[in-house]
Design a protein around this ligand. Sequence first.
Ligand code: CA
Ligand code: CA
Length: 446
Amino acid sequence: MKEDEKPFKATLGWTDYPGSEVSGGGLVNDLDLRVRKPDGTYVYPDGARNLSSLDKIDYCNDTSGRYDQSLAGVRFTPLKYPATLDSVSINLPEVIIDDTLIDFMLGFNIIVYKVSGGTVQQEIFCKKYNYADRGRITLPVGVSVTEDELLVCIEGLSEPLYISYSSGNDSRGFFKIGGTDQFSNNVPHIAANFRTEVPATDYDRVNNTVSVQINKPQSGTYTAEVSAHNIAHGPQPYALIMSGMNGEAPTVGEIGLNPDQPNAPAATMLSRIHQSQTAESLNSVYGTKFENVYSDKSEFSIQTEEDSVVSVRYAVSGLPEVNAGDLDLSKLYENGTHIEFEYSSLEDYQDGKWWLTDVTGTFVSPVEKLSPDTTYYLVSAVKDGGPYDANEDPGVVDDPQVLGLSSSGASGCNIGTDVDCILSVMLLTALFSVWIRWLSARRKQF
Ligand SMILES: [Ca+2]
Ligand SMILES: [Ca+2]
């Protein structure tokens, strides 16, 4: 990191192994992240969270009978507050009706009500299921509770509900007969799986995306460390993304192959030459119309794969306060002509495109106002054998170029697209017609 106001950020993400409770925590495969600062101390993930293992509360001791009402519920008291009702487990016995074994249930709701002072209050959760196998099933809920109690109900929708229960009125059982809610002498077999929050630790045990952000980093080397806390099902791939101001300030003018070019062809820099030249001398030799130039005449020769597009970059600074797209990058030919590169509206690695990036490689749009105090990278793309390649040999690209600002309307006047150009043509036409009228008026005098 350089001395800079930009924050340093490291983000670790991975796809957890799906659907298993082996870890007892929030994750199956749990990776950890920490960042070592230049002074040797560590920074741990922002908002690291930890959770207790599941506390299962089951007031049903046996399964001596079964309800066949439309709704049955159990009132639960969490062991600690705050708590999260993570999931609900129910026991749905197989039943035989008219000599037919019914081993599944169609259409039911899991409903959770708040209970305050022993009285059922508002519904706080409801989820519909269309089908469940008989036997013991666990269904996710995810309701937080900071005080009081919860009533967890299962409501059959398309047939009587068959759920096992144990006898013994402890005022926790609850059922509905003929549309009327009432306490039951039995406790339906519904278990609640609560988690309680425990104080945050250095490492997150819940999320599979964690990050460390340091808003005012010190100058020096930051090291992100990824470790495996628990990999129940490996191997576990992950992505680590870091951002910040890094590296030394680039040396202005030094041409190099552009490291940001995706799928770049194999390329070797054969030569590079920098020549400081004035706008006047360039204009006289190459026919350019520069008011000012902002780079050396930069020549390079690159050996690369035949017909491939190579991209080079070099740092430029002291640019004028104009929009990036107003600058002109000219390719200079030995025969004393030139051709303009086109400022790209995106990072487009096509022959004859150019653009600026900041020193971290972030694209500068053509309408972005430049700052004279900022150092930018000038990126250009040239195809072997294309019009911007000055070397006729296949597999070798030569490209003398220079960055400047041309006097208005001078860098190739394209009638029909260039407003300045159209205006000057209109003005000339008007002047010409005035002159013709003046000529004919003079003739009439004679
Ligand atoms: Ca972790
Ligand atoms: Ca070539």
